[in-house]
Design a protein around this ligand. Sequence first.
Ligand code: SF4
Length: 587
Amino acid sequence: MRRSSFGKFNLREKRHLYKLPFPLGVLLPFFPPYKVSKQNRVIELNAQGVALLSGDEAIALAAIHCGVVLGTGYPGTPSTEILETFSDLGGKAQWAPNEKVAAEVALGVAFASGRTLVTMKHVGLNVAADVLFTAAYSGVLGGYVLVCADDPGMASSQNEQDTRRYAVAAGVPMLEPADSQEAYDFTGLAFEISERWQIPVILRVTTRVCHSHTIVRPDNKFTAPLQPCFKRNIQERVMVPAHARPAHRRLRTKLAEIEAWNAKEGPNRVIEGSQDLGIIASGIATIHALEAAPETSLLKLGMTHPLPMESIRNFASRFNRCVTVEEGDPYLNDALLAAGIAVEKRLANYRFGELNVNRMRHLLAGEEEPQKVPPRAKPPQLCEGCPHRSTFTLLKELDCIVAGDIGCYTLAAMPPLQAMDTQICMGASIGVGLGMRHTLPEDQARRVVSVIGDSTFLHSGVTGLIEMAYNAPSTGHVVVVVDNGTTAMTGLQEHAGTGRALDHSRAGKVLPEEIARAVGIANVQVFNPLRELDLFEVALKAALKSNDVSVFVARQPCILAAAKIKAYEKTIAETACDCECAQPVTA
Ligand code: SF4
């Protein structure tokens, strides 16, 4: 363990510190822990009180300092480390089955006046959107901050949708930090805005903000949270049409007030420079712009919904030439042009991928960037020794049409296996497979199999399974749950099927085969795809011939997770109470 300038604390000691009873506990804001520990890495505050933190770590630290009662979410790159760090620091954090459930649990916290942090990646907001749109109407009491991490360039995603469109569509305020200091500061600000206007707030981050490490001075000067309590308010919490109509009007009034506040006191600033060019920027694009053109005048927008339109108009009017720079959609560009503000229309190619300083130089020059031939690279594959390999090899040998899903096993679509035919979004394998079964000629329909991972099945596959039980195709259908005992793609997180919580302590366990039997699937079998491949093959061939619906669970731990899973289970067994409750022994 490394020693900080202020003494040493390991993870366990820090957790203990945050649980100190009064009066020592009240001193903690003034004597925060000086390390942020994540797995084997330790980051220290130096003698000047600053630390080098990723954006994700900075958000987690701010959540601790803001007194967040519960952090919840679903893992998704690049947001996953927020809740892991929050938990490492002693915060109460949990993985939900999916983002909608996380957003609902968080809403309950905020209805009870607690502060809550919900984390997800951009595509997760599609799942949580149902909650967000109406929570904007109902409002909240405690601070509700939804951190949504966008992935421009799709380093690890199926699309590069821009969360800023959601803020506008749902009618919620949105902050966009550009570095880790702002990630820390804006998290606290988001809670203040949320509580002041009783509204959920989106904190939109992007890959480089999440994963880049920049200096943070965690000053911990946030407002204190409310005391959790229940306050009955049926008109504002029960969104039947008679209540929702005035709620919508209230929402629009709040947004008008927030826009006025944003123009006057919002986290936006002008960096004065030469008068040749004015740049209007948000998020990480600001950092690239400052590096590419340090001498230029720049309006940096920290709150990008509602936009401080009059401030922007005043800034833009000072320059003969004014450009917007932003990663993702032309969100600012469209909004400013629509408001009649004289900015240049952004060239279409800059909406694709991440920005960097070189691209920024071309963008600021108003020119197309030179098109580069991407370097040749070996396509990614399933790991050597991966338990999924035997399952997909079998499906290929049987000439199955595979409706696949989201997870590391999607790599089975790549050469040399090429054993997956479709993949759209979390849980879609079952519905898409059923659709093909309903449509294809019988000889082809009988070859269709849906393949879904364990975490993905619990996230969004259950409703597809209910559809299969309810509207079974005439040729039946086969679902294979490839259960590797972890959420491998995002970094081996726990989920509801592992029986362990986010911090790897004992939790409830939900098994796919039990869900399948509960919804009425008669043919449910569990195989080890390595040791029982012959049995699995026989069962699969029979299911493909029959007109019944079948669920097969191919269960074998991911080789990258197996040792860790053993260690977690050993720790749980060693610390479990001797009696039948099997709960951990606490001091
Ligand atoms: S991470 Fe695990 S489950 Fe995923 S491809 Fe690698 S070995 Fe297989």
